[in-house]
Design a protein around this ligand. Structure first.
Ligand SMILES: [Zn+2]
Length: 160
């Protein structure tokens, strides 16, 4: 692990990783799903202040979420990318970061944080990929964000 030019610290591949491999497990505290809105709200507030998109909650199942904001969860340091090389999948009750494609040694690991459109302005993205929209939203909401950005005449150029 070392400093990333993107958001915070990033996580880098120590060796080549084949496509489809389980890279790292996203671990944390199991919290009842009913409590996670309040936890997310707190994390959002902190994220807004620091300008980074750090909400660490993952839906595990109907009853439980995982709060990954714990020091032993190295996967929490993985940055979002609008064109990520990893994805997150739940396999037998565990949250895994999986390689979407072959990854080279020293390549930074990234995945789509999958944020919705709530307070998207607070979550600036600096992933630097060609697909980057300047804000962190899930792949499925990129269209909606594009429409909002168009309306507000905010372009990549004048944000920079
Ligand atoms: Zn981006």
């Amino acid at each position: 692990m070392s400093n990333s030019p993107k958001h915070g610290r990033g996580v880098y591949a120590a060796q080549a990783i084949p496509k489809g491999a389980r890279v790292i497990e996203y671990v944390g505290k199991r919290v009842p799903a009913k409590d996670s809105d309040a936890i997310a709200e707190k994390q959002m507030q902190r994220a807004g202040k620091s300008g980074t998109g750090h909400v660490y909650l993952f839906t595990l199942n109907k009853r439980y979420d995982i709060d990954g904001n714990v020091p032993w969860n190295k996967a929490r340091l993985i940055n979002h990318s609008c064109d990520p090389n990893c994805e997150v999948r739940i396999i037998h009750g565990h949250i895994w970061v999986i390689a979407k494609r072959a990854i080279l040694p020293d390549e930074e690991l990234t995945y789509d944080y999958g944020f919705n459109m709530d307070s998207w302005q607070d979550h600036v993205c600096r992933c630097g990929t060609r697909k980057c929209m300047g804000y962190i939203v899930s792949a499925s909401r990129r269209g909606a964000l594009a429409r909002v950005l168009k309306k507000s005449h905010v372009t990549k150029q004048n944000r920079a």
